[in-house]
Design a protein around this ligand. Structure first.
Ligand SMILES: Nc1ncnc2c1ncn2[C@@H]1O[C@H](COP(=O)(O)OP(=O)(O)OP(=O)(O)O)[C@@H](O)[C@H]1O
Ligand SMILES: [Mg+2]
Length: 277
């Protein structure tokens, strides 16, 4: 029997009455990659923020490596590494300085700092770039450095919030290989969010599709693909993909205006601009 390293029970987050995450439940087994997929504003980052103790749940619980996110946040933080959706490394520092800063923040023992930085740089093929300022890195190199940084304190669990956002196919492929190696060699368990369905299909053992804060379906990519009606397309491209699964469950309607808090804000900006034009 596999051992769950993440157990999420009725986890909910409300922002001033708006329910961003609505009583979700799931488990992630040790050494597995779990994908959280969903349209913009679905609640993916809010979920990761609660699991990584950056946001306090409104209700429900989550155990990370056996530690409760509310009762023992320090133990949770020691168990996890995180790559944020928005770039969070420092432009005016070198790659090595960024990693050093993280070691100091996470109390990596002094004698370990040098070897850990060397190991992490090698893991993501950035040893040659260690003394270059981050502003000289390409988007893909920066993402790789952030991945390395998330691993410096040897977490058992890694949260990757859109790890390949905006990268070209080569850089994306490169990150995928690094993630696959991490699972195989370092045995970390991963929660990953992404809008790239081929990324989820390639990397994830299980995925959950979340919309309006609720998990609407979950399973292995194969279960989900065979669980929807065959798409009506020419025979050579007949088989359902995760892209089809995603649109089947979440629809084709755009999410950039309307019911989300963000949408509400944009509507106000547009109304203001119209009025004052
Ligand atoms: N601090 C906050 N205060 C108010 N509303 C918030 C806050 N953070 C997130 N929200 C709202 O909660 C909802 C979920 O946001 P979240 O960032 O979790 O979505 P997401 O699934 O990560 O979307 P994306 O794919 O665009 O990154 C959105 O409607 C968002 O506007
Ligand atoms: Mg997000």
């Amino acid at each position: 029997m596999a051992n769950p390293v993440i157990e999420v029970k009725n986890l909910t987050k409300k922002f001033n009455g708006f329910t961003a995450v609505d009583s979700i439940n799931f488990e992630v087994d040790e050494g597995c990659v779990f994908g959280l997929l969903g349209p913009n504003g679905a609640g993916k980052t809010t979920t990761i923020s609660m699991l990584s103790t950056l946001l306090r749940p409104t209700s429900g619980t989550a155990l990370i490596n056996g530690h409760d996110v509310q009762k023992d946040p320090a133990a949770v933080r020691r168990s996890i590494g995180i790559v944020f959706q928005d770039p969070s490394s420092d432009d005016i520092l070198t790659g090595r300085e960024n990693l050093l800063l993280h070691c100091l923040l996470f109390d990596v023992p002094n004698a370990e700092i040098g070897p850990r930085i060397k190991w992490a740089l090698e893991l993501v093929d950035l040893t040659e770039w260690k003394d270059a300022l981050l502003k000289k890195y390409s988007g893909g190199m920066r993402r790789r450095l952030e991945l390395a940084r998330g691993l410096l304190h040897k977490p058992r669990i890694l949260f990757l919030d859109e790890p390949t956002l905006g990268l070209d196919p080569q850089a994306r492929e490169n990150i995928w290989v690094h993630i696959e190696n991490l699972v195989k060699v370092e045995k970390v368990s991963i929660i990953l969010t992404t809008h790239y369905m081929e990324e989820a299909d390639r990397l994830c053992d299980r995925v959950a599709i979340i919309d309006h804060g609720k998990i609407i379906v979950s399973g292995t990519p194969t279960e989900l693909k065979t669980g929807i009606p065959e798409p009506k397309r020419p025979p050579e491209v007949l088989k359902a993909t995760l892209h089809d699964v995603f649109l089947y469950y979440t629809g084709k309607q755009l999410r950039e205006s309307g019911d989300t808090a963000e949408g509400g804000f944009m509507q106000k900006v547009m109304n203001f601009t119209k009025k004052n034009r």
